[in-house]
Write a protein that binds this ligand. Sequence first.
Ligand code: NDP
Length: 276
Amino acid sequence: MKLNIDSTTTLHNGVAMPWLGLGVFQIPDGNPVEDAVSWAIEEGYRHIDTAALYGNEAGVGNAIRRSPVARDEMFVTTKVWNTDQGYSETLKAFAVSLERLDLGHVDLYLIHWPCPSQGKAIDTWRALEKLYEDGRARAIGVSNFLPHHLEDLMAASSITPMVNQVEFHPHLQQPDLVAFCESHDIRLTAWSPLKRGQILLEPTLGAIAARHGKSTAQVILRWLLQRGIVVIPKSVRQVRVIENADIYDFELSLDEMAEIDRMDRNERIGPHPDQL
Ligand code: NDP
């Protein structure tokens, strides 16, 4: 199937999720996030990834409401932060996020981190199940869950998460997690797909990029899409928001895919999910 900027993946509950989204971590609320989201929408992005933690849900909502694109064509993800875990706390946190976004509903609501030391992930998941059943979140999922966190959650609940959003880039490929999620029809989303810029000078990527006349960032994003992983690169620069979406006019060969697969070092830039 030929991918384009409108391509979506169907989650296991039937909801369509765009393969490409704009991440807005560390983009200040107000003009900076409103500009980034507006440029993205203008470019054809229909998926925005925010979180209560990011402090910019209001700006994300403003930009979407002001855009010419209908709300129903947009896919908005937000997340419950660690200190709000627990059943009633999560329901409250969701209400605050929804008010800030002011978009009527959330397309995907995630548990931001498993936080095993708190022991509240299952109660938190029950709140997400309730929000899903009430139609306030069209899909629900988790973030930063390893297979053993997912196993614990799934053993104690009736709805399998539709998405798991995790750190994923050529230096961190998590093969066990990929296999687990594939076997349970849980869609993976890659956060920090560009390793926050710290991988863009890798010679292997540079050589592949030169062959295709693309940038190393575009090669990584294309590799992720061809692996069946949703991508949510972040940028505050319009030229990069555009560049990161210009990934549909080339295809990596099987050899090139394998070359990038071999770059795995099991190296994180974020915390280990068992330790936060
Ligand atoms: P990314 O891997 O998306 O990298 C962003 C960095 O790369 C920024 O410094 C940006 O700079 C730069 N950049 C972006 N595009 C290009 C390009 N084409 N060429 C060169 N440099 C580029 O990192 P993030 O950590 O932001 O991850 C993406 C999103 O994932 C987040 O915004 C957030 O939505 C989500 N996330 C989720 C987490 C979770 O726990 N669930 C944790 C962390 C992130 P500039 O802005 O100056 O262009």
